[in-house]
Design a protein around this ligand. Structure first.
Ligand SMILES: Cc1ncc(COP(=O)(O)O)c(C=O)c1O
Length: 361
């Protein structure tokens, strides 16, 4: 039985009629940029996350650049960021004029810790980007306790929760991506910034709109980076289902555990209650395991085999930095199927293929 790496269409299928009706409404209304759907989505998403403000932008990468700029980051500053993440987490930093400084992760959680961040702080550090990777909820409060503002990169963590609150409500500000495969996905690009800080929210609103409040006076060099009305309308239909989908992702992880996957590979250690965006295991022979899964029709992918600090464009920002946790995670990680509808039968199938591969633990 083939099992896909992810399944975005099954959860959305029952919503197709509602989405079609909403799209027709937006088209009939002829408001496509910064209209009622974006405003309503911003209020609804802020309430879901538990933040004071949400501001829709064009994608999750712009969200990071705009949030950093709104937090006062600019030329001469350093921003600490993990290397083991999607490249965009770091790419957004030089676009503000600041320098990325790479820190390590704990390979068991794939997230930064207060210790790994502390090792990268300097007097120039203006902010830390804490990535809630794969849906895990990284320890924001412990990092804020180091005395440095935190921007959460919550692109992969919509629907996750922790005793302290949801990703998006934990740091000074947070960023989300609504790339179609994300836990809450648009039908194209989209993103948002959430924040508890009214001044940051106000600056982001200006920055996404050419640095202007009214398109008459331009106070800042800004961006043209808006979530559009059609995408906001689609996201509004989906948002009431996010919690159920997140529970499905948590259940998918529980299904793997119940099927005995932990006897065969290293399972990801959960921080908080992750809505697993990707379910990423570790194995010494990850590429051999990938081959065996592929041969059996099981979706699998090594997302970050070459970590960000080793990417060619980051050459100038990563002077011989030693990141052992990152190296370990990069070498051994492998994403296996995960979705809001990953059944016990699918988990059993994946686990039996892993077992039959006979690669040891
Ligand atoms: C951790 C992380 N940060 C940032 C982004 C960038 O988001 P986008 O693709 O919407 O620009 C993504 C996803 O693509 C991501 O996974």
């Amino acid at each position: 039985m083939p099992v896909p790496l992810f399944d975005t269409s099954t959860p959305i299928a029952p919503l197709r009629g509602a989405i079609d009706a909403k799209l027709a409404e937006v088209i009939d209304g002829s408001r496509f940029i910064l209209g009622p759907e974006v405003s309503a989505f911003e209020s609804e998403f802020a309430a879901y996350v538990g933040a004071e403000h949400a501001i829709g932008v064009a994608n999750g990468t712009d969200a990071i650049t705009l949030a950093l700029r709104a937090m006062g980051v600019g030329p001469g500053d350093e921003v600490v960021v993990p290397s083991f993440t999607f490249y965009a987490s770091a790419e957004a930093i030089p676009l503000t004029g600041a320098r990325p400084v790479f820190c390590d992760v704990d390979p068991e959680t794939f997230c930064v810790t207060a210790e790994t961040v502390k090792a990268a702080l300097t007097p120039r550090t203006k902010a830390v980007i804490v990535v809630h990777l794969f849906g895990n909820v990284a320890p924001v409060a412990e990092i804020e306790a180091l005395g440095v503002p935190v921007l959460e990169d919550a692109a992969q963590a919509a629907g996750s929760r922790s005793p302290e609150g949801r990703p998006g409500s934990l740091g000074t500000a947070a960023t989300f991506s609504f790339f179609p495969s994300k836990n809450l996905g648009a039908f194209g690009d989209g993103g948002a910034i959430t924040t508890r800080d009214g001044e940051v929210a106000e600056r982001v609103r200006m920055l996404r709109f050419h640095g202007s409040r009214d398109k008459q006076t331009f106070e800042l060099i800004g961006h043209n980076s808006r979530l559009d009305e059609l995408q906001a309308a689609i996201l509004r239909v989906q948002l009431p289902h996010l919690e159920q989908w997140a529970d499905g992702r948590r259940q998918g992880g529980a299904n793997y555990e119940a099927a005995g996957l932990g006897e065969l590979v290293d399972l990801p250690r959960a921080l908080g209650e992750p809505a697993w965006h990707l379910y990423v295991i570790r194995h010494d022979r990850a590429d051999d395991l990938a081959e065996a899964l592929k041969a059996a029709g099981i979706g699998q992918k090594a997302y970050y085999r070459v970590p960000t600090h080793e990417q060619p464009a980051m050459r100038d920002y990563a002077p011989a930095v030693e990141l052992p946790g990152t190296a370990e995670a990069a070498r051994t990680h492998l994403a296996i199927p995960m979705s809001p509808v990953l059944s016990r039968e699918q988990a059993d199938e994946v686990v039996s293929v892993v077992r039959d591969a006979g690669l040891g633990h």
